[in-house]
Design a protein around this ligand. Structure first.
Ligand SMILES: *Cc1c(COP(=O)(O)O)cnc(C)c1O
Length: 375
């Protein structure tokens, strides 16, 4: 935990559960990414954490933004980001939302199907469009495969078609899956993108942008390769597949930018066992799957958790406070907590800056959505 967060929690004693984000860590993550991919356009995927303080900071540092709705676009504009620095990266948009984005000056749009290209041609004439391709998601702890993207032959055909439809066929995008553990994971998709660039050029359509998505990791319970290793692997792959004709590159970091910057403070509500001789201790917290920890689904993302006690460690099952039996955080994963842990103790769930506040339900069981404090 950073000194700033520690001081804030000690002095302000906010009600739990709450998320505290250290903006210095966000700025640090931006600089690390900047250094790892020095020539790429950085489009922060704001769904990871759209707190206005974070958006203002990143706008000031020169970041652009990847958005998925008109509301997100308005949040970026309100934070001082300009429309020219916004990408509408969702491949599933209502036509009226495309028109609303276009009216606000947004010029860059994603698609992965003919039907979506139809909408873009009608509602955003003259816009730059890029086609998202399928990826396997192998190596990612939170894969984004199947639902998004199309096969490369289809991408080629749609991009060629785009030129005749009054929009600008700008390039190709993909996402290798979130919390991607393997820096080599970009290589396959970069090779496929290079093929599309060649095929389009052979048909008289010159593409100019490659959007290599997000996927850069935060640090949870396991160590991850440094950001620089990802930068090197990606640069090497781009050189191999594009030679001297590397296009304009865009990255869309979400988790990497804000994940490590946040800590959720939570309170132990109940510690119990299911029988006199049951060896398994259940620890119920005041936050669960519906309060912001949705990424514990299938125990995919395993947050580091610290307690104030020093006793001998014993296996626990961690669960949230709601009346839904799906609201169990970790049962299979090996989480241990001190035997002297008490009801009322405050725990720190670390690296929770990404995909927490936006994943909280509005008021399931009457529990308020989690509050964010930026320090
Ligand atoms: C969510 C998302 C991102 C961010 O992904 P991370 O794994 O958090 O970096 C980037 N691009 C698109 C299109 C997304 O949907």
């Amino acid at each position: 935990m950073t000194k700033k967060i520690q001081r804030f929690l000690a002095e302000q004693r906010p009600a739990t559960p709450c998320l505290v984000v250290d903006l210095d860590i966000v700025a640090d993550a931006y600089r690390k990414l900047r250094a790892a991919v020095p020539t790429a356009g950085i489009y922060y995927a704001i769904k990871a954490n759209p707190a206005p303080e974070i958006l203002r900071l990143l706008a000031r540092l020169g970041s652009s933004f990847d958005t998925a709705s008109v509301n997100e676009i308005d949040m970026v504009l309100a934070a001082g980001g300009s429309a020219e620095r916004i990408s509408y990266g969702n491949t599933i948009k209502k036509k009226r939302d495309i028109a609303a984005a276009h009216a606000r000056g947004v010029k860059l749009f994603a698609f992965d199907s003919g039907a979506e290209l139809d909408k873009l041609a009608e509602a955003a004439p003259g816009a730059k469009v890029f086609c998202r391709i399928l990826t396997s998601g192998v190596g990612a702890d939170w894969p984004l495969s199947r639902k998004f993207g199309c096969e490369i032959e289809m991408a080629r055909d749609l991009l060629v078609e785009a030129a005749a439809r009054g929009v600008v066929p700008h390039g190709v995008s993909f996402h290798v899956g979130s919390q991607q553990k393997d820096p080599q994971a970009w290589d396959d998709a970069i090779a496929q993108a290079a093929w599309i660039f060649q095929e389009c050029e052979a048909r008289g359509v010159k593409l100019s942008m490659l959007n290599i998505g997000g996927g850069f990791p935060a640090r949870y319970r396991r160590d991850m390769p440094a950001m620089a290793s990802y930068g090197e692997a990606i640069h090497e792959s781009l050189s191999r597949h594009f030679g001297n004709n590397i296009p304009e590159i865009i990255v869309e970091p979400g988790r990497q930018m804000v994940g490590d910057a946040g800590i959720i403070q939570t309170e132990v509500v109940l510690i119990s066992r299911k029988g006199r001789n049951d060896p398994r201790r259940w620890v119920y917290l005041d936050i669960g799957k519906f309060g912001g920890l949705a990424e514990t689904m299938d125990e995919a993302i395993q947050y580091p958790i610290s307690t104030p006690r020093k006793g001998k460690l014993e296996r626990v099952i961690l669960a949230g406070p709601t009346c839904d039996s799906a609201d169990v955080l970790y049962e299979k994963a090996d989480y241990r907590m001190p035997i002297d842990l008490q009801v009322g103790d405050k725990l720190e769930i670390r690296s929770t800056g990404a995909y927490t506040t936006t994943y909280a339900s509005v008021a399931f069981n009457g529990f308020e959505p989690i509050k964010t404090y930026c320090v």
